[in-house]
Every structure is written in C-alpha cells, then in structure tokens.
Design a protein around this ligand. Structure first.
Ligand code: PEP
Ligand code: MG
Length: 956
C-alpha cells in the first residue's frame, strides 16, 4: 500500500530491472549449494514470526515491525521478508541471488497459503495475491519501489471475480497491477517527450472516448477495466517488445528484482546522502498477502499517526478512504477523508483501530505511523514505524509520554532531535502561505527562522526604512562590518555569496537573525538597486521572504509568527511562559542539565547577547571577539585609525580612543555575566573586513581624521593583502604592535577592577588568537601578566584571571605541548583550524561545496559540522599533547562547530570542558551535550575519554 506517484526514473533502470529479473531465474535454476546454511527468508503470520522488532538491520524496519506486530497479536496479513543480506549479495554478485533463495521463497509462499487458505496462482478458487514492498533499516518513504495485487493474470482474475462475486473489483485489481508492474518492473514510464505517465494517458483517452468527460477511477465498471487491461497490455508490448508476464512466479521474481534494483535508483541515492544512510545497509523485500480495501462500501484503506505529528496533540491523525486501496489514499487521485470520519463510516473497524493504537504506543513506546486496510469490515495492519515529527511535536510527544509513564526522562531527551531544536526558537512562516509561495532561489541555511520584508541593498537605506517602521530584508552580495547596522535593523539577511561561517552567517546567528547566504541564483545589482532571480526582477522596496532553516528564498511577502519560547525566555512575557510549549521546553532543558557532562558557553560580544545566552542556559562566555565591539556607530573609525596608523605614536593615539570603549564594554559584559567566566579574545581583525574599501568610506574617514583622502587610499593600498585570512591578523598584529595587546589587557583588567570595587564577581579569561608558535604566546602572556600586575597595583584591588590561547592553526595543535607551557586553557578555533587544515578559504567555498557533497568528498559542510577525521585528529593531538604538559589544562571549543550537534558529540567524547556557540544555538548545544552523555552511559564507554572528561568536569 501507500506508494506515492513517482518521478520518471532513469532510462538505465529498465534494463537493470530486467537483468535482475532474469538473474533470479538463472541462479534459482542452477541451485548451487553456496550459502545453503543461511536463512534468507523470515516468515510471519497467525501470531508467529521468525523475526522480531529488534532485527531491523537484517529485516529492514518494515519487516522487523511486521514480525513484531504479528507476535503481539495484532491482525497482520501473513507474509515473509527477504533479508537485506540478499540485497548485499545481489550487488556483490552482478545482480544475482543466492541459489537457495528460490526454495526459501517457495516455503514462504507455502506458509502464507496455509495461513490464508488461498493458493498462489490459483485459477479455480480465491487466488493468493501478494504485495511486494521494499523495507530499509531506516524508513525511506516513497524512495523505493512497491508492487501490489501481484499474482493476477487472465486466469486468476476470473477466479477472483468468481470467488468474490465481484467482477468490477477483480478487474480493477488487475488493471492496477498491470499499471504498477508495468511502471516499476518493466520500466514503462514517461519519456522526456511525453506530458503524462503512459498508463494514465491511456486511462484519460479511454474515459474520454467512453464517457466524453472525466469520471473518477472508482466509477469505472468491470467492462471499462477489462478494456483498459487490454489496452495496457498492448502498451506494454509496444514499449518493451514482450507480452505482460502471466506466470505469478515470474511476476514475483521480477518484482523482487525491481525492489532490490530500486535501492540504487537516483531518488534513493539522493535520499541516503541527505540522511546519511550507508549504501551498504541494503533494503529487504517484504512479500505480504494482499487484503483489499476496494471490495465495496464496507472496506477501505488509511494511513495514520497515533498522535498529531505536526503539533504533538494526543489524537489519532491521518487519512482514510472508503472502498479504496492504499495507494489511492496517498496518490492524490481522490481526496481522502480525515481518519476520524471512519468512526461513522466503519464504526466497528474504527473501534478496533483505536484499540490497536493504544497497544502499539504501549508496546513501541513511541508515536507510530501506521498503514491499515479494512476488508469487508475487518481491520488489518500493514505497517508500523516510528512517526516522523516536527520539533514542536517531538517536544510534546516526549513530555506527554514521560507523564504517561511510557518513557523515562532520559528517553525524552533522546527523542528531541538536536538539529531540529532551533525550529522551536525561530519565527515561522504560516505553512499554508509558504506552500502557495514561489521559491526563487536556494542558499545555505545560515540563521534559522522565517523572515519577510522589503528588500534594501545598502545598510543605511535599510536602517532608514526600518526607522520608518518598515519590515526590512537586507540583501547584499556579501556583508562586511559596514553592514552591521543594516543587519541589526533587518528582519533577515540574504547574501548571494558566502558560506555558513561567512561574516553574514556568523553575525546573523549571534544576533538570532534569520539568514540565507550564498544564494548564488540571485544577482544583486547595487547600481540598479535590483535583485534578479531568473527572469524575475525585484526592486528595492519589493518584498522577499527567506526561510533560514531550509535556505529557501521566496518571492513576495509571507506572514510570520515569533516563537513563544523566545518571548517567554528573552522578553519574560508571562502569557508565553504559561504555554505548554514553553513549559515543555524548560522541562527539557532541566533534564539536559541533569544528564550533561559538557558545559555550554556562548560566543557573545555585547551585554544583550550575554543576557540572551544566559537566559538560554549558557554557563559563561567562550569567546568575545573584541574586534566585533567596534562594529557599532563611530567606533569603526577609531579602529580604522589604529589599523591605518603609520607610526607608533599615531597608533597609540588611536588606541587611547579605543581604550574607554573597550573598558566600558567589558564592564557591561562582566556585569551581565554575574560572575560567570568570560573568555575575551585579543584583537583578530582580518584586514579586509576592517579597511575602508570604497571611495565613499575613505573620503568619510579622511574628513573625520582631518587628513587628505589620498593618504588614506595610499595606506589602504599598502595594507592590501592577497590572502587576508592568512595575513597580518591574530596575535601577529600584536607581535608587530605590542601596544595593541597592552591596551586591551588594560581595558579588561580595569573593567575587572571596577567590578571588584562594586562587589560584582568577575572571572576574566584572556585569550590570544592564531598562535602557532609557543614563543608567540609567551610574548603576549608576558605583556598580559605585566599589565595585570600594573592595574592591580594602580587600582589597589585583587582579581583572578586566566591566560590561554586559541588552537586554530595546525602548527598550534601539533606543538600543543610547547604551547601549553604558557597557557592555562586552550580553546579550539575550529573555523580557522578547518580553513587551515583543509586549505580551504572559509569565505570562498560556495562554488564547489555542492559538487564536493554530491561526490561524497565532504559528508557535510566542514565549516558547519566538524571534519572529525582530519580536523578532529588535530584536536585529539592537541588535547593529548596539552595534557601531557598540563594534565588539568582547561579545554573548550569556540568555532562555529560548537553549536552543531554532531560536533558537540565529538567534543564530548574528546573530554572537553565546554563548547561555546552563538546565543541562540545554546539550547541546541545543551541538548546535544546531554544526548551524548546519555548515549554514552547507555552504550560502550570510551574509557580514555571518560577518564579525561571526569577530570575536566571536575575542573569546570
Ligand atoms: C575560529 O577560528 O574558530 C574562531 C572562533 O575565530 P574567528 O571565527 O573569529 O576567526
Ligand atoms: Mg579564528
């Protein structure tokens, strides 16, 4: 049941499935003895089953659960599963089968015949018809092939008509079978020149001839179906050169071959890539006795979830059709009714279904997604699997099931997918509106949520529009710090270039802004003030909408709603806090704290960001990028003056201007942290991000500095770097100009001294960036300690502080033992560590990322999810070497990976003390950290990491 109408398959498919079909025959005929002892066929039926629900690797999810449902006494039509091992054999042996398979399948059919009381291929009595379905270990809905009503031919159809006294039904089944088998097994499919599926075209043509107008398929009479069967057979003959196979065994072998063959179809390959399902798993094939929902008004078919998978409500949720086979429900030919309507249409069967619902949930202890058929009033279960769900539904299911004592709180934590949690925090589009809207481009999902607004292509105009009360989307080719005000004013940010750790993405996530970056299909023309996507042109002031969770760009305006979790946590809105969603979320976070070993800090540059992060449960700051503190207002000018200074004297003058800003900022941050630790990184400004690059900004700065514009442009030219991400940045800047580190250390410690005087607890941790040589760190550490001593003496106060370094270039990781001598902590800067380990610019991978993913070179974007094999190895080396010198050295991570669930799991295993991520990712990291801890205590414990982790946790 439940096959979706599928897209046309590649031409190669036809010959592949044919080859598979004949291979079944050949190997079966040879009856070699190889593999004799292996059991390839697992039967179920009449309360007994060879397999059970735990055998998903061998039987696939569907087969394992059919066995399980049979065992717990649910009404499941008899059948058997051909194991995934056969799929592996099939591909390892040039699409042939183990010799013993045919005999085992014959035994499987015999078992079904015994239980059902019908014979396969019977042309006298009721013939046993079967459904042949795929079943991978993880469900891959609609990706592989299915054939229903198999076993019908010109003789058995007559027997079926006689046995049921229902000619229309029998010929309806036969017509459906030829159509499905012809498509899936024989490859009779739409060619590029055709507008419609060939079988559908035949039906349409016939309906027109016979009735002159459209009628629904269920109104076709027995005679109509007979005529269609005849026309279908002609179509098959014309397209394949062969008649439609009459022998049920030939049909069965062909269908099994097609299902195995479909494991390697394009759709399945793409799906596996997206969801990380290994090709080596293979699919099983399930052969199950058909039951019929299309025998009349006392029959029907449906699909349902035991609870609502969209919002989590505890009600049966699904669709149902009277007098229909399963594919009718999902194919969209007839509009199905809500499953609740069954209570009236088929009351006894509905009552039974509700009983089954309770049994299933109690048994599987999770929400189930089921398929069922009612044949002449009797309910049959055809499938059950854990239901896919939205983040909102996952949260409610888990919370409710703990209350119902179906699952433990640990299981509830595991049931909330960490990579979906940000869905709960983001504003969302109204689902119905998004369905109607046109997608104009796709980019990288860089800042989750939904935003809709008038587009502006420049920060000033964006700010001006926002000040007038307009909802604004800032659209740029790529962003720079000059755009920051525009980014703050905008609902969302869209860029044509840049990756997930580009400036736009980083800043957007930190601010909790919706962001799609690297949408290369759009063309941004600053002169014309237009955004072009294909043949659509949007002018400034026109509406666009972006979904930063999916990376989608829509033309026009779409309505959004804020999340009550945000309004409850950040804005303290009482009404939001009373909602069930809010309370379930808070409960989930409490459970996470109970389970976790890994701390979660935040990357924050302002007191407001700190407050948000603390509201989300951050335990401190893991990274303050001090250069970001100069993005606001006129501060960038002082920063630029400092960078452009020609002499030490000029630089000191500029630094003097920066000092009070910095001190004030640090004080604000310390205050907001209320004694939680703050890792403050010394300046690391990649020059291209900070130099005034346009004539306009150079003129502006020249005027403010009172120097000729030529002087500025000359200096900008002098400072220009070919490769600024590998240029004069990080500690290199302060090695050349120690006065920069001096000023920053002074600002940090004077702010700390102010706090101490006011009774505010402080824990500053000063961090030196981009260290590759121990000596680099040593020089900086000497300055920091000297300044700390001077401030303490000057202000007459005591405070504790730490000095450490980022590990973000491979040499730093490889010489971590030497570096550790001067560091009290390491924080992995995995943005730069990825950039330098892979030799890939973090800002320029958009042009090849997708081809690298399609070719299975990058399993995921390495700037979003840690390359644990390569970059991870450097981290392991650094951890080991660092600890060899300083066993108690504090270890953390502050690259963007700190908010990625898989990377968090890796950091947990590595025994880091904390991960640090942008404020709005804090809940995601907390959940991922808790899940890593729960999974570890449930499974094998990596002894080494655990020991180290215990120590680290103590230290934390
Ligand atoms: C890093 O490189 O991982 C890091 C956190 O620093 P930045 O992104 O500021 O270079
Ligand atoms: Mg860095």
């Amino acid at each position: 049941m439940a096959t979706k109408k599928k897209a046309a398959k590649p031409a190669a498919k036809k010959s592949a499935t044919k080859a598979a079909k004949s291979a079944v025959k050949k190997t079966a005929a040879k009856k070699s003895t190889s593999g004799k002892s292996t059991k390839y066929v697992y039967t179920w039926g009449a309360g007994k089953a060879d397999g059970d629900g735990s055998m998903k690797a061998l039987l696939g999810g569907k087969g394992a659960n059919l066995a399980e449902m049979t065992k717990i006494g649910l009404p499941v039509p008899a059948g058997f599963t051909v194991t995934t091992e056969v799929c592996t054999y099939f591909y390892d042996n040039k699409r042939t089968y183990p010799a013993v398979l045919r005999a085992q399948m014959e035994a499987g059919i015999a078992n079904m015949e015994k239980i059902m009381g019908y014979k396969f291929g019977d042309s006298e009595g009721f013939p046993l018809l079967v459904a042949v379905r795929s079943g991978a270990r993880d469900s891959m809905p609609g990706m592989m092939d299915t054939v229903l009503n198999l076993g019908l031919n010109d003789k058995t159809v007559a027997a079926l008509a006689k046995a049921t006294d229902n000619e229309r039904f029998a010929w309806d089944c036969y017509r459906r079978f030829i159509q499905m088998y012809g498509d899936v097994v024989l490859g009779v499919q739409k060619t590029p020149d055709e507008d419609h599926e060939p079988f559908e075209a035949v039906i349409e043509k016939y309906k027109h001839e016979a009735y002159g107008s459209d009628i629904v398929d269920s109104d076709l009479t027995a005679e109509d179906n007979k005529e269609l069967v005849s026309r279908f057979k002609t179509l098959v003959k014309d397209r394949t050169g062969h008649g439609f196979p009459e022998d049920p065994w030939e049909q069965l072998e062909g269908a099994a071959g097609a299902v195995f063959g479909s494991w390697m179809n394009d759709r399945a390959i793409v799906y596996r890539r997206k969801y990380g399902i290994p090709a080596a798993w293979g699919t099983a094939v399930n052969v199950q006795a058909m039951v019929f929902g299309n025998t009349g008004p006392n029959s029907g078919s449906g699909v349902a979830f035991t609870r609502n998978p969209a919002n989590g409500e505890n009600v049966l949720y699904g669709e149902f059709l009277v007098n229909a086979q399963g594919e009718d429900v999902v194919a969209g030919v007839r509009t199905p009714d809500e499953v609740s309507g069954m209570a009236e249409a088929l009351p006894a069967a509905f009552k039974e279904l509700m009983k089954v619902r309770a049994i299933l949930e109690k048994h599987f202890r999770d929400v189930q997604d089921v398929e069922f058929t009612i044949q002449d009033g009797k309910l049959y279960m055809l499938q059950t699997r854990n239901g896919k769900r939205t983040a909102a539904a996952a949260l409610k299911f888990a919370a409710d099931m703990v209350k119902e004592k179906l699952i433990s709180w640990e299981t509830a934590v595991m049931r909330n997918p960490a990579d979906q949690l940000d869905q709960l925090l983001a504003p969302v589009f109204d689902i119905n509106e998004a369905k109607k809207a046109t997608v104009i481009a796709k980019g990288l999902p860089a800042g989750p949520g939904a935003a809709s607004g008038k587009i502006y292509l420049n920060a000033d105009r964006a700010v001006a529009a926002a000040e007038k009360g307009e909802k604004v989307l800032l659209v740029r080719v790529e962003t720079s710090p000059e755009d920051l005000r525009g980014m703050i004013a905008a609902e969302g940010i869209l860029t044509a270039r840049g990756g997930v750790s580009s400036h736009a993405a980083l800043v957007a996530r930190q601010m909790g802004k919706v962001c799609v970056c690297g949408a290369s299909a759009i063309e941004v023309d600053y002169d014309k003030k237009t955004v072009t996507a294909g043949d659509q042109v949007f002018k400034e002031g026109d509406f666009l909408s972006i979904d930063g969770t999916a990376g989608t760009v829509y033309g026009g305006e779409l309505a959004t709603e804020p999340s009550e979790i945000i309004t409850g946590l950040i804005n303290n809105k009482k009404a939001s806090q009373k909602t069930e969603k809010f309370q379930n979320f808070v409960q989930l976070m409490e459970w996470c704290s109970k389970a976790t070993r890994l701390g979660v800090r935040t990357n924050a540059d302002t007191p407001e960001q700190v407050k948000n992060a603390v509201a989300f449960g951050a335990e401190g700051i893991g990274l303050t990028r001090t250069e970001h503190m100069f993005f606001e207002g006129d501060r960038i000018d002082a920063m630029r003056e400092m960078i452009l200074a020609n002499t030490e004297e000029d630089r000191k003058k500029a630094l003097k201007k920066l000092l009070p800003h910095q001190r004030k900022d640090f004080f604000g941050i310390f205050k907001a942290l209320e004694g939680k630790p703050a890792t403050i990184r010394l300046l690391d400004p990649p020059l291209h991000e900070f130099l005034p690059n346009t004539e306009e900004s150079q003129a502006d700065l020249a005027e403010k500095m009172g120097v000729p514009v030529e002087e500025i442009s000359h200096r900008v030219h002098e400072l220009h770097e070919q490769n600024p991400m590998l240029g004069h940045r990080g500690c290199r800047l302060a090695i050349s100009y120690p006065e920069i580190a001096e000023m920053q250390a002074q600002a940090i410690f004077e702010a700390a001294a102010q706090c101490v005087k006011k009774g505010i607890p402080v824990k500053p941790e000063v961090m030196v960036p981009l260290v590759g040589y121990a000596r680099e760190l040593e020089l900086q550490v000497n300055i920091i300690h000297r300044v700390a001593a001077e401030v303490k003496a000057d202000k007459g106060v005591e405070f504790d502080y730490l000095v450490g370094t980022m590990i973000e270039v491979p040499r730093g990781a490889l010489t971590a033992d030497e570096i550790a001598k001067h560091a009290q902590f390491f924080s992995f800067g995995t943005n730069d560590l990825t950039q330098t380990a892979l030799g890939v610019s973090r800002d320029d991978m958009g042009s090849f990322l997708s081809s690298y993913q399609e070719n299975d070179i990058y399993p995921k974007n390495p700037f979003a999810s840690l390359d644990t094999t390569g970059v991870g190895q450097l981290m392991e080396i650094a951890v080991e070497k660092g600890r060899s010198v300083k066993p108690d050295i504090k270890l953390g991570i502050c690259g963007e990976h700190g908010g990625d669930p898989d990377s968090v799991t890796f950091c947990h295993k590595l025994g880091l003390a904390y991960v640090s991520c942008s404020p709005y990712r804090v809940p995601v990291a907390r959940l991922a950290a808790a899940q890593a801890a729960i999974a570890e205590s449930a499974g094998a414990k990596p002894a080494k990491a655990k020991k180290a982790a215990k120590k680290a946790a103590k230290k934390k």
